[in-house]
Design a protein around this ligand. Structure first.
Ligand code: AMP
Ligand code: ZN
Ligand code: FE
Ligand code: FE
Length: 273
């Protein structure tokens, strides 16, 4: 089994990169892709440990984008060498835009009388600071009783402290990954939230025109019937297949590493082309 979708504490996971590699090996996985949001920092940190252990670690990333008004997460995999430097330059810009957004969220929360600073939040966030880190500070200071509460009352999309962050068009995210030498895959299609199967298929097929070449068929949120449906779509439109648990450690209890039960042949198939 392999797991091609996981997050470390360099983005919004709770597990340090080196520890994640050890966990993957202990779990009996033959390969792991680290796909942190907007950063390769977790992969870079984990790489030496993986090399020492002779463990197959794949460099990945997850980007947020928008297509026809929907939020679309795109996974990128670098199976043949390192990404072109242009991608890292663009990621630095994305991280800076995020930081600017975090500043605005701090201003809003402080305006509401919440005692919170950017320094406090960034101290938890390492490379990428986001709302999960805001939630931790709100919790530790007693403003909320749990993480869900923090999103409901303060930082969720419909809450008073929320500030939207810039997202790129899906076609641009895909193009940037391709130009850097990566494979782009549609992450967890179930989360597009398109209930009607025909409409969902049309949307996914339409992403082919935006350059998409793969879809994440296996995912913790996919029931067996979903996996079958996405396998069918992949076959019909010639998409390559990816899959992974979307492990976030304690930040997403209930999702264990390897949960999506992705066969080794999926990674072998990706590498073959
Ligand atoms: P950001 O990228 O800073 O907008 O934060 C998005 C992250 O916040 C997601 O990847 C989730 O990990 C987390 N998140 C978003 N909404 C919720 C929610 N309602 N409850 C718990 N975590 C959430
Ligand atoms: Zn995440
Ligand atoms: Fe995602
Ligand atoms: Fe993810």
């Amino acid at each position: 089994m392999v797991d091609l979708h996981s997050h470390t504490d360099e983005s919004d996971g709770s597990t340090p990169p080196e520890q994640l590699v050890a966990m993957a090996a202990d779990t009996g996985l033959t390969a792991l892709a680290i796909t942190d949001h907007d950063t390769f920092a977790g992969y870079e940190k984990a790489k030496p440990a993986a090399m020492r252990a002779g463990f197959d670690l794949v460099r990945g990333i997850e980007l947020n984008s928008k297509h026809q008004g929907r939020v679309v997460h795109i996974l990128g995999y670098f199976l043949n060498g390192d990404p072109a430097p242009e991608l890292q330059r663009w990621l630095n810009h994305v991280l800076e835009a995020r930081r600017e957004r975090n500043r605005r969220m701090i201003d809003r929360l402080r305006g509401l009388g919440v005692d919170i600073t950017l320094e406090e939040v960034e101290a938890l966030g390492r490379t990428l600071t986001g709302r999960p880190h805001f939630a931790k500070v709100l919790l530790s200071k007693g403003y909320v009783d749990n993480r869900e509460d923090a999103f409901r009352k303060y930082i969720g999309e419909d809450a008073i402290g929320y500030v939207e962050r810039e997202t790129v068009p899906t076609a641009e995210a895909i193009e940037r990954l391709h130009n850097a030498g990566g494979v782009a895959s549609l992450a967890h299609p179930i989360r597009l939230g398109i209930r009607d199967a025909e409409a969902e298929e049309r949307f996914i097929a339409g992403l082919r025109d935006s350059g998409l070449t793969a879809i994440e068929v296996y995912h913790s949120d996919h029931r067996p019937a979903d996996v079958q449906r996405y396998l069918g779509i992949a076959e019909k439109y010639g998409f390559r297949v990816t899959g992974g648990s979307d492990f976030h450690g304690d930040n997403k209890p209930g999702v264990q590493l390897g949960k999506a039960r992705v066969p080794d042949s999926v990674l072998a198939g990706l590498r073959r082309q």
